[in-house]
Design a protein around this ligand. Structure first.
Ligand SMILES: C[S@@+](CC[C@H](N)C(=O)[O-])C[C@H]1O[C@@H](n2cnc3c(N)ncnc32)[C@H](O)[C@@H]1O
Length: 243
C-alpha cells in the first residue's frame, strides 16, 4: 500500500506547497497557453501553486487519500481542479495535452520496469503531436556512495491536533537492479498513545542519463534534451522530450 491516509497527512505537513523557487525551476519549460497534465500529482503540492499562477493543469493519481487532500486544499483556495483517479500505466483520459510534467523523481516510484515502460508509452498517447514530456529525475548518489545495503531513517512532524506522526523506514539498495526497496511505518501519537498506524512498501528506481534517453526514444519521443541542474543542493536530471 502506498500513499494511504496517514502517509498523506504526514506528506502534507512535511512538504506543504512548492514555493516560488521551485515554480521558477519548471517555469522555463512551460507556456501559459499550454494544457498540462501532472501524472502522480498527489495532494497538489505543485499543481495548486501552478493553478494559482494561471496555468491550465490537470492531475492524475492512484491514491484516493492524496486526491481527496488535493481537492480539499484546492477548494480552500477557491480552486476546483480537474483530477482523475487512475494509474498512469493504464489511464485513458478524455484530453490530450501540450505538456506532461512529473516533478521531483515521482516517475521513479514506478516498479517494476515494465510499469515505467507502460507509463512512457501511455504518456506518448496522451500528448498532442509536438507536445513535451518533462521528467525530473535523480540518481541517489548519497545512498550509492555509502555502499550500505541497509539504511534506517526516521522523521516526525507535529500535527495540528497536538499530536505527531513518526515515520520510520528500512531501505535496502540493490545496485544491480537499480532500485531501493523501502518498508516504512507511520505512527500517529497523541498523549503518548499510538492512535493510528499505517504500513507502506515502495520501490524507488533510478535511471542513468543515456539509459533514460534510449527508453524515451524506444517509446516514440524525439528531440530529447537533458540538463543537469542543482536545486536545493540536490542533483536533478531534467529530460525534455517531444512527441
Ligand atoms: C512523491 S508523491 C508526489 C506528489 C506530487 N507530484 C508532488 O510533487 O508533491 C508521488 C505520488 O505518486 C502517486 N503514484 C504512485 N504510483 C502511481 C501510479 N502507478 N499511478 C498513479 N499515481 C501513482 C502516489 O499516489 C503519490 O501521490
Amino acid at each position: 500500500m502506498m500513499y494511504g491516509k496517514l502517509c498523506t497527512e504526514f506528506y502534507d505537513l512535511d512538504k506543504r506547497f512548492a514555493d516560488a523557487d521551485e515554480i521558477s525551476f519548471y517555469q522555463p519549460c512551460l507556456d501559459q497557453a499550454d494544457v498540462i497534465l501532472e501524472p502522480m500529482c498527489g495532494s497538489g503540492r505543485l499543481l495548486i501553486p501552478l493553478l494559482q499562477q494561471g496555468y491550465s493543469i490537470h492531475g492524475v493519481d492512484n491514491s484516493v487519500s492524496m486526491l481527496e487532500s488535493c481537492k480539499q486544499r484546492a477548494r480552500a483556495r477557491g480552486l476546483d481542479p480537474v483530477l482523475y483517479h487512475d494509474s498512469i500505466e493504464t489511464m485513458d483520459l478524455p484530453c490530450r495535452y501540450n505538456v506532461i510534467l512529473i516533478p521531483l523523481g515521482s516517475f521513479q516510484l514506478l516498479y517494476p520496469r515494465s510499469a515505467a515502460y507502460q507509463a512512457l508509452s501511455n504518456f506518448n498517447r496522451h500528448l498532442l503531436e509536438g507536445g513535451k514530456l518533462i521528467l525530473d529525475l535523480f540518481v541517489p548518489w548519497d545512498a550509492l556512495s555509502k555502499r550500505n545495503e541497509n539504511e534506517f531513517n526516521t522523521k516526525e512532524v507535529l500535527t495540528p491536533d497536538g499530536g505527531k506522526i513518526v515515520y520510520q523506514s528500512h531501505d535496502q539498495i540493490n545496485i544491480y537492479d537499480q532500485n531501493i526497496y523501502s518498508e516504512a511505518v507511520y505512527k500517529k501519537i497523541i498523549n503518548d498513545q499510538i492512535v493510528a498506524d499505517e504500513y507502506e512498501q515502495m520501490h524507488i528506481s533510478w535511471y542513468y542519463r543515456y539509459e533514460m534517453e534510449l527508453m524515451l526514444e524506444k517509446f516514440g519521443f524525439r528531440h530529447i534534451s537533458f540538463q543537469e541542474k542543482i536545486f536545493r543542493d540536490e542533483n536533478h536530471m531534467l529530460f525534455i522530450a517531444e512527441k
